[in-house]
Design a protein around this ligand. Structure first.
Ligand code: ASP
Length: 299
């Protein structure tokens, strides 16, 4: 329902998406690798306080921000991720550090914080991340005993149905390499220590040069139980599916379980798919014509 978002708020989202997509495109046309481009796009999205990642992330049941992120390089098939981090201003870059500077794929909590300290990642105390609106959302969810998507219609806040979810980026660079990255605060009022699909390589994120790059958003438990991102890849690799069909099939399995959300994906030829089974999904794309296209609902 397009009317649930005030025109001013919608304009803010559209402007941020357009700006961030244009910056990513400029980097790609200047020859930057897909991996760098998805990381920097997600960093920009983490900085934008209306999205549920980095600054402006949702709060858990203790009123604390705990963030998850992952990144995957389709060229090398290497990936990195962090979960339940509380101080990293750019969890996606910490995920990249796990990939490039450790011999691991996923670090959580204390250990991930320690890596952030060791490598000198930018960190901030909790008040940096917490916005008044997110704190109010968490209080409402707690009062109703619910764990919710940041944009569930439950909230009696100024823009009750705003979609401000998890953030992600996928890209194909001039050399045909693919990459994907995803970052989130997770679900509002989640149990402390809860980890969703976002930092799980294969669920929230996948990239492989021979098929596609995928980044997911939605009710993480269902995306975990569907191995959504890897399922898109597998349908292409083993079933010969085209990107659109692979995405529809994989998202269909999330839907069968009762899960809502969506994904953004790009294939080895540069085809783009951005399906969702939720009311809307904030998204932007730039194709070879260089034109940025932003959409929220089925527009
Ligand atoms: N997928 C995220 C999670 O469950 C939430 C979201 O996409 O808004 O952690």
């Amino acid at each position: 329902d397009r009317r649930s978002l005030t025109p001013a708020r919608e304009a803010e989202f559209r402007a941020a998406l357009a700006r961030i997509a244009a910056a990513a495109w400029a980097r790609l046309t200047a020859g930057a690798p897909a991996l760098d481009v998805v990381e920097s796009a997600v960093r920009d999205l983490e900085d934008f306080p209306l999205f549920n990642a980095g600054r402006g992330a949702v709060l858990n049941a203790d009123g604390v921000v705990e963030m998850d992120a992952s990144i995957m390089d389709g060229r090398t098939r290497r990936g990195g991720a962090v979960a339940a981090v509380r101080t990293a201003m750019h969890p996606v870059s910490l995920a990249r550090a796990v990939m490039e500077r450790t011999e691991h794929v996923l670090l959580v909590g204390e250990g991930a914080e320690r890596l952030a300290g060791t490598i000198g990642a930018e960190r901030a105390p909790q008040p940096y991340f917490i916005t008044a609106e997110r704190a109010e959302q968490q209080r409402l969810a707690a009062r109703q005993g619910k764990v919710t998507l940041d944009h569930d219609p439950l909230f009696n806040v100024p823009d009750p149905k705003d979609k401000r979810g998890t953030v992600g980026a996928v890209a194909r660079d001039a050399n045909g390499h693919l990459a994907a990255a995803t970052s989130t605060g997770g679900m509002t009022n989640k149990h402390p220590g809860r980890v969703g699909d976002t930092p799980i390589v294969g669920a929230g994120t996948w990239a492989e040069d021979t098929t596609c790059a995928v980044s997911a958003t939605g009710h993480g438990e269902y995306f975990l139980l569907s191995s959504l991102a890897h399922d898109v890849h597998a349908r292409m690799a083993y079933g010969g599916a085209a990107l659109d069909a692979a995405c529809a099939g994989a998202l269909g399995r999330v839907g069968e379980l009762g899960g809502t959300g969506g994904l953004i994906a790009i294939d080895r030829d540069g085809a783009i798919a951005m399906p969702y089974n939720s009311e809307g999904m904030y998204r932007a794309r730039v194709g070879e014509d260089g034109v940025v296209r932003v959409a929220i609902y089925s527009d």
